[in-house]
Design a protein around this ligand. Structure first.
Ligand code: TPP
Ligand code: DXP
Ligand code: MG
Length: 636
């Protein structure tokens, strides 16, 4: 059977082991070709090809519910659920999403993107099933990295207390998060997974049983039980912790052995109550380069399958903001042992792996545990340390109460560095950094700032690590800087609350924030071609706003435009509007930013064009809003 013929996972039912292995081969091939061509997550999905095929062979997806944690590993799922023919559009505008989405496909039973949610969702579905008196299966598949997330443990705590609620949790244990997994849970799993007796039993018993007549290729459930029992005898700790928490434990099983997976899953489905199946997989399985460099191949831009090398950029690009941030922080940390960089399992994404390499004692990776990261930082700050919490804008949403309750109410000097703020592109709505301006500026005792470029970011890093009056947060975007010269050292901090006047003009006041400052200058040039002269201000701070500069300019010029790469509601433009109102400066304000919608996956430029946020579009909007009489077609 060709993979393209599979539009429903139930078509796997009744296939022979050989046919299933061939389907797995085709999935792996398609997965590799697609990610090589258009980029995306590689290692995670390659690691669960056999698991997906085996699981779906044991389920009835017309009834049963499956919840994938994060969903970045669910490309095999997508290929078995009718998206083979569109799979080449993966993560592209109007194409197949990179994560599960209920609105994309009926087999995407629960969307994700952020980690550690699957067990809660699957348990909710199970409780609903029981309330309806139905009996379909509910299965969560969670990775060992995502299991370090507090939510997952909260759900396990709840599910383990419901002995009558049938729920299967499959732990996809590849010993990796994006970087090598961290923490006591990961250490325990490795002990179980790699213990000699378990390895011996798994490797040898299997072989022995196959020589027994009648068993042939696969173990019968009864023999599976014998094997499980022998594992327990050999290593009492195998799953002991899990079983103490109320789950029946199966495993660890080889996550690439279709026969063993199928037998174990069929057996485990028959067990009442909460069940955890511990599956040992290899991240990047089947592509040697990805198996060898599991960090580097977690996700990839388009690359050459044969060499594994990224497709070279057409022209050299400025350094990434993350790289500039990490380099600057590491330099400062070298001269200040109180600086501690904290990441929540995003060492490479934030660039903090540089700090880890150079100053390991001033680096902490807490795993996928943003809530813990923030309150840990608060504890460090209490004791005079200089914690720098480098957490993506979208992932910091996970720790909002800790930010308020543990940091700001106590006015603790924690420096939050929000990477991936603004439109991130292919990761889509779950990963856009849309809300941080709004969700931060409303909290007391926190300074909120954004650099206009990578050079000003360096200055803001110095500003942040030196600020001790309370919390301070800096946002910056995914991707490359604008290409301005960078100083190696001696960066000057910026006076808190001080904006920067970049251009003068009497017709309209353009207030740019962060990544929208350079576009504001471009807009001013376009307006100038229409005889309209704009004043442009780099606001730098949304809290405290530089009212000393902004209010008199607004009053004198009489027309104000705010530009931000974030949600308009509650964002930078709202802050300006509030300040004008509160100071009785009654002038019209046009707020440009992201309206009250979700920004789907596309390239950032495509998203900005869809949102009317390119410079020509914004110039046109301003002309239409304030200068109708001078309206002429703006070259877009
Ligand atoms: C709340 C949250 N924090 C961080 C991330 C970024 N992230 C995506 S996948 C991943 C690693 C997940 O590890 P695991 O669950 O073991 O899956 P694997 O990639 O190993 O298959 C991380 C940290 C996220 N998606 N959600
Ligand atoms: C699945 C997940 O959440 C991460 O892999 C995320 O996609 C990383 O984003 P960046 O590529 O912006 O670091
Ligand atoms: Mg993992």
């Amino acid at each position: 059977m060709h993979l393209s013929e599979i539009t429903h996972p139930n078509q796997l039912h009744g296939l022979s082991l050989r046919q299933l292995e061939d389907i797995a081969r085709q999935i792996r091939e398609k997965h590799l070709q697609t990610v090589a061509a258009s980029g995306g997550h590689l290692g995670p999905g390659l690691g669960v090809v056999e698991l997906t095929v085996a699981l779906y062979q044991t389920l009835d997806l017309d009834r049963d519910k499956v919840v994938w944690d994060v969903g970045h590993q669910a490309y095999p799922h997508k290929l078995l659920t009718g998206r083979y023919k569109d799979f080449h559009t993966l993560r592209q505008k109007d194409g197949v999403a990179g994560y599960l989405k209920r609105c994309e496909n009926k087999f995407d039973h629960f969307g994700a993107g952020h980690a550690s949610t699957s067990i809660s969702a699957a348990l909710g579905m199970a409780l609903a099933r029981d309330a309806k008196g139905e009996d379909y299966k509910c299965v969560a598949i969670i990775g060992d990295g995502s299991l370090t997330g507090g939510m997952a443990l909260e759900a396990i705590n709840h599910a383990g207390h419901l002995p009558k609620t049938n729920l299967m949790v499959i732990l996809n244990d590849n010993e990796m998060s994006i970087s090598p997994n961290v923490g006591a849970i990961s250490r325990y799993l490795n002990k179980v997974r790699l213990s000699d007796p378990v390895q011996f039993i798994s490797d040898n018993l299997e072989e022995q049983f196959k020589n027994v007549p009648f068993f042939g290729e696969s173990l019968t459930p009864e023999m599976e039980r014998v094997k499980e029992g022998m594992k327990r005898l050999a290593v009492p700790k195998v799953g002991a912790v899990i079983e103490e928490l109320g789950f029946k434990y199966f495993g660890p099983i080889d996550g690439h052995n279709l026969a063993e997976l199928t037998t174990t899953l069929k057996h485990a489905h028959k067990v009442a109550g909460p069940v955890l199946v511990h599956v040992a997989t290899v991240k990047g399985k089947g592509y040697a380069l990805a198996e060898k460099d599991q960090v580097g191949y977690h996700a990839q831009n388009p690359f050459n399958l044969a060499t594994g090398k990224a497709v070279p950029a057409t022209k050299p690009k400025p350094p990434k903001y993350a790289k500039v941030f990490a380099h600057t922080l590491t330099q400062l940390a070298e001269n200040n042992p109180k600086i501690v960089g904290i990441t929540a399992a995003m060492a490479t994404g934030t660039g903090l792996d540089k700090l880890q390499k150079k100053l390991p004692k001033q680096y902490i990776d807490v795993g996928i545990a943003e809530q813990h990261a923030v309150t840990l930082a608060a504890g460090l700050a209490c004791e005079g340390m200089r914690p720098v919490a480098a957490i993506y804008s979208t992932f910091l949403q996970r720790a909002y109460d800790q930010l308020i309750h543990d940091v700001c109410i106590q006015k603790l000097p924690v420096f939050f560095c929000l990477d991936r703020a603004g439109i991130v592109g292919a990761d889509g709505p779950t990963h856009q950094g849309m809300y941080d301006i709004a969700y931060l500026r409303c909290i007391p005792n926190i300074v909120v700032m954004a650099p206009k470029d990578e050079a000003e970011l360096q200055q803001m890093v110095v500003t942040g690590v030196n600020y001790t009056e309370g919390a301070i947060a800096m946002r910056y975007p995914r991707g490359n800087g604008v290409g301005v010269p960078l100083m190696e050292e001696g960066w000057e901090p910026i006076e808190i609350g001080k904006a920067e006047l970049l251009r003068s003009g009497d017709d309209v006041l353009l207030l740019g924030y962060g990544t929208m400052v350079y576009p504001a200058m471009q807009v001013a040039e376009i307006l100038s071609e229409h005889g309209i002269e704009a004043t442009v201000v780099n606001a730098r701070f949304v809290k405290p706003l530089d009212e000393e500069l902004i209010l008199p300019l607004a009053k004198r010029i009489g027309k104000v435009v705010t530009l931000e790469e974030g949600c308009i509601m509650g964002g930078f433009g709202t802050a300006v509007t509030e300040a004008l109102q509160d100071n009785d400066v009654y002038v019209p304000v046009k707020r440009l930013g992201v309206p009250d919608i979700l920004v789907d996956h596309a390239t950032p430029d495509e998203s900005k064009a869809s949102l009317g946020l390119t410079s020509p579009q914004m110039a046109e909007t301003i002309l239409n809003a304030f200068f109708k009489s001078k309206e002429t077609a703006v070259v877009s």
